[in-house]
Ligand binder design. Structure first.
Ligand SMILES: Nc1ncnc2c1ncn2[C@@H]1O[C@H](COP(=O)(O)OP(=O)(O)O)[C@@H](O)[C@H]1O
Ligand SMILES: [Mg+2]
Length: 381
């Protein structure tokens, strides 16, 4: 390779990183401009990070409750960048169906003769976190060829040890981990990964590991996994409770509408969408040019229609199942949250899988994924 070629490759590599950095900035703006509250959870996560790595942490909760936002707030604004190096893998929008896809998520290749730690040191100052572990192209090719996770993990461990030697604490965060839950390489990849995470935390105390997931059946599987007994902990990030939801409305309405909403309106919003951050943000934004009742009715209508068509499909497929599903959902007419085993396992899992219900396997509870779905259930049944 000529010097020019090397230079071009080098520039390309940093260009890609640059693009990654701007994607991150973009992401931050898609999030609401300011993060709200969650002080208790932030403190909890920070105090874990300040200690020695010892356990694998699972951050779980209903869809759109703010798990990703919480972690991003911590990475962007709460962590001392001189002390920590964060690797953040977001599996959400990535299609992973085979070993090579997984490897591509993990690594960021480069082809000069620097060491991975030198590459990290050169780029980390401009970034809140890294999206991939830097790896020399040749090494990556080797790893692609070998098709075993052993080499992958060995390489990562070495990089993590180099980071530690520099006096910094590495942190690995994997968002929407369930996306590789069913993937097989030699047996299930997820078990190899859990084993590796346990070795990084409990055994080597080398790196913090946080896994995020909205998929409660996946969390249930994790919870029942003997390999993880006593080696992991769970942090629930739920929708806001009533008091916090009302404060969030104040916070947003002052930011977006430059005014406070009257209490009755806030209570009305809460009765429709509860403490789901994303729904509250939507409503306050819509209030700039729409009537509150119209916004709320529209949202409920949409959710009701979705549920109606869902039930229609179930009925068409399987009349027996339909009856059981309706019976199960009727329980929520009187209750928002019930004990999980109130609904038979098969039906429960069916409704959880279809994102109608959220299962909390740690507490042993079951509730609709959102207040909106809860209201739709009450509307239809
Ligand atoms: N504490 C918060 N303050 C401001 N916005 C929030 C907060 N929590 C969540 N959100 C917003 O709600 C939306 C959904 O949150 P997200 O973190 O993506 O949910 P999850 O990862 O739990 O599915 C995001 O757009 C996020 O910006
Ligand atoms: Mg998320």
């Amino acid at each position: 390779m000529t010097i020019i070629e090397i230079k071009i490759k080098f520039i390309k590599f940093f260009l890609v990183l640059e693009l990654d950095a701007s994607r991150f900035k973009l992401n931050k703006e898609v999030f609401f401009m300011k993060f709200f509250n969650r002080e208790k959870k932030i403190k909890e996560v920070l105090s874990i990070i300040e200690g020695d790595p010892n356990l694998v942490y699972f951050i779980y909760g209903p869809i759109n409750s703010g798990k990703t936002a919480l972690i991003n707030e911590i990475i962007n604004n709460r962590l001392d960048k001189d002390k920590y190096i964060v690797f953040y893998f977001d599996l959400r929008e990535i299609f992973i169906s085979k070993y090579d896809d997984f490897i591509e998520v993990l690594f960021e290749e480069y082809d000069d003769d620097k060491s991975p730690i030198e590459v990290i040191k050169a780029i980390i100052n401009d970034l809140p976190s890294l999206y991939g572990i830097p790896i020399p192209k040749n090494t990556l090719n080797e790893i692609f060829k070998k098709k075993t996770t052993k080499n992958v993990f060995r390489y990562i461990t070495n990089v993590l040890m180099d980071i530690k030697k520099e006096g910094k604490q590495p942190i690995i965060i994997i968002d929407e981990l369930q996306k590789i839950g069913d993937m097989k390489i030699n047996g299930f990849l997820i078990y190899e990964l859990f084993n590796y995470f346990v070795s990084l935390t409990k055994h080597k105390h080398l790196c913090h590991v946080f896994c995020l997931s909205s998929d409660s059946l996946f969390i249930e599987r994790v919870y029942n996994e003997a390999m993880l007994y006593g080696r992991c902990k769970y942090i629930l990030v739920d929708d806001f409770d009533r008091e916090t939801a009302l404060k969030f409305m104040d916070f947003l309405s002052e930011e977006i509408l430059n005014k406070k909403l009257p209490n009755n309106e806030k209570e009305l919003i809460y009765s429709y969408v509860g403490g789901k951050p994303v729904d509250i943000i939507y409503i306050i934004n819509e209030l700039r040019n729409k009537e509150l009742m119209n916004i709320l009715n529209f949202m409920l209508k949409e959710e009701t229609q979705k549920l109606k068509y869902f039930l229609e499909d179930v009925k068409e497929e399987d009349e027996e199942l339909y009856k059981k599903v309706v019976d199960a959902l009727k329980i929520f007419k009187e209750n928002y949250e019930i004990e999980d085993i109130t609904i038979p396992k098969k039906i429960r899992e069916f409704l959880v899988k279809r994102n109608i219900l959220f299962l909390n396997p740690i507490e042993g509870t079951l509730k609709p994924q959102s207040f909106l779905i809860w209201n739709a259930i009450k509307e239809i049944l």
